[in-house]
Design a binder for this molecule. Structure first.
Ligand code: 5GP
Length: 198
């Protein structure tokens, strides 16, 4: 046994990535996956119907409501939430197994879900992605061309509410340029791996 072995982390890190709708979480995480292959993105579970082009086990694990409720009762989720009449949850066993194997697990999850995960797993590394400005966030939401003015206004209100929870997070990364944000995320994770385990 080396004198420092007790301070070195052998298990993976649980990385919670939150940020307002439109900030570019998917783009940053796609880039991050290319430059940091040790991380695995968690596929969450839902009761909603698959949309066209979505695949079982890739976009979500699609299950019936009965199955989902059974898994809640069995303690199968790190956290779960209802959204627009459907249930969504983070599978506890999959996450714990990957962490034990030494893999880092990325959870792309809203603020509420992120805080619930932090309660369950206090060692989670909490990362909040922000846009360069609120004007830029609005511009990105409009560029999607998928939402009405009303829906965009609603998302901006929600964004401000979510940002009130930033003090519960460990790191803020600004997504001005995707490649740069992904590099910063990688730097944070590498530093977290070097941190003494106490
Ligand atoms: P959608 O149905 O559009 O794919 O997702 C609806 C919302 O549910 C999104 O905000 C998405 O981030 C969120 N969501 C997806 N999986 C989970 C989960 O496991 N837990 C929580 N709390 N939210 C989730």
């Amino acid at each position: 046994m080396r004198p420092w072995d007790g301070f070195v982390r052998s298990e993976g890190l649980l990385i919670v990535v939150s940020g307002p709708s439109g900030v570019g979480k998917d783009a940053v995480l796609t880039e991050f996956a290319k430059i940091y292959p040790r991380a695995r993105k968690c596929v969450t579970t839902t009761t909603r119907e698959p949309r066209a082009g979505e695949a079982q086990g890739v976009d979500y694990t699609f299950v019936s409501e009965e199955e989902f409720r059974g898994r809640i009762d069995a303690g199968g989720f790190l956290e779960h939430a209802e959204f627009c009449g459907n249930l969504y949850g983070t599978p506890r066993q999959w996450v714990e197994e990957r962490l034990r194997e030494g893999m880092d697990v990325v959870l792309k999850i809203d603020v509420q879900g992120g805080l619930a995960v932090k309660t369950q797993m206090p060692s989670a590394v909490m990362i909040f992605l922000v846009p360069p400005s609120m004007e830029e966030l609005e511009r990105r939401l409009r560029n999607r061309l998928t939402d009405s003015d009303e829906a965009i206004a609603g998302r901006l209100v929600r964004a401000r509410q979510e940002m009130e929870q930033i003090p519960h997070y460990d790191y803020i990364i600004e997504n001005d340029a995707v490649a740069q944000a992904a590099e910063e995320l990688k730097a944070v994770i590498i530093a977290e791996h070097c941190k003494l385990r106490r």
